[in-house]
Design a protein around this ligand. Structure first.
Ligand SMILES: [Zn+2]
Length: 209
């Protein structure tokens, strides 16, 4: 019986009838999306992706020079982004010094958590991987965010970093693209393997979408 009711609810596309015998809340449950939209402060933007397929990406617009081939990657073309980061229905672009609305929970969605910051932390650091448009090599950069209001953060700096225990000692969040990464010349390969095993085991199925 329970299975049949569940199937009916799924196929009913939101039409719930009395014959199912379920007391449905008179008010719809507020979703995270609804909650965040209520404080949406950006100018209205045409929706580009379907609402049910929300996988919000933040694209960082920062000029970077490739560590391997030396090619300049201009800010408007650099492949530096974090997926499932934030709750806006459209992708966002963030330049150096720019401000973005994010909850700490959003950082934990977009990145693996190396060490959770305090709720009232004034700054967080995340390491993301970017790909050179000339040689395709992935390489890590450290993103430093300064809190300017409860849920508003300024991107203060973006700097090359190595995936070593020392460099990650004071980093809160780490890229979820680790499986695409091959260690660089000064990075211990064993450390990357340990990181992957630890982080993937610690956050099973946490990533939305
Ligand atoms: Zn390159």
């Amino acid at each position: 019986m329970a299975a049949r009711m569940f199937a009916a609810g799924r196929s009913g596309g939101g039409q719930f009838t009395q014959e199912r015998g379920i007391e449905w809340p008179s008010q719809p449950v507020r979703s995270r999306v609804g909650r965040c939209n209520s404080v949406f402060r950006h100018p209205p933007t045409p929706r580009r992706i379907p609402r049910e397929n929300m996988s919000h990406t933040v694209r960082f617009k920062v000029a970077l020079t490739c560590t391997y081939c030396g090619s300049p990657n201009p800010a408007n073309a650099v492949h530096l982004y974090t997926s499932s980061f934030g709750q806006d229905p459209v992708d966002a672009e963030l330049s150096l010094g720019g401000i973005i609305e994010l909850e700490l929970l959003d950082f934990a969605d977009g990145f693996y958590t190396l060490q959770p910051p305090a709720v009232d932390v004034s700054a967080v650091a995340a390491v993301e991987l970017w790909g050179c448009s000339s040689c395709d090599r992935m390489q890590p950069v450290r993103l430093d965010f300064r809190r300017v209001e409860r849920d508003f953060w300024r991107l203060e700096s973006v700097s090359p970093v190595a995936l070593t225990p020392e460099a990650l000692a004071n980093v809160h969040y780490l890229s979820r693209k680790l499986e695409e990464y091959a260690p660089g010349p000064n990075e211990p390969p064993g450390f990357l393997g340990e990181l992957r095993a630890r982080l993937e085991a610690s956050t099973p199925g946490h990533r939305p979408g």
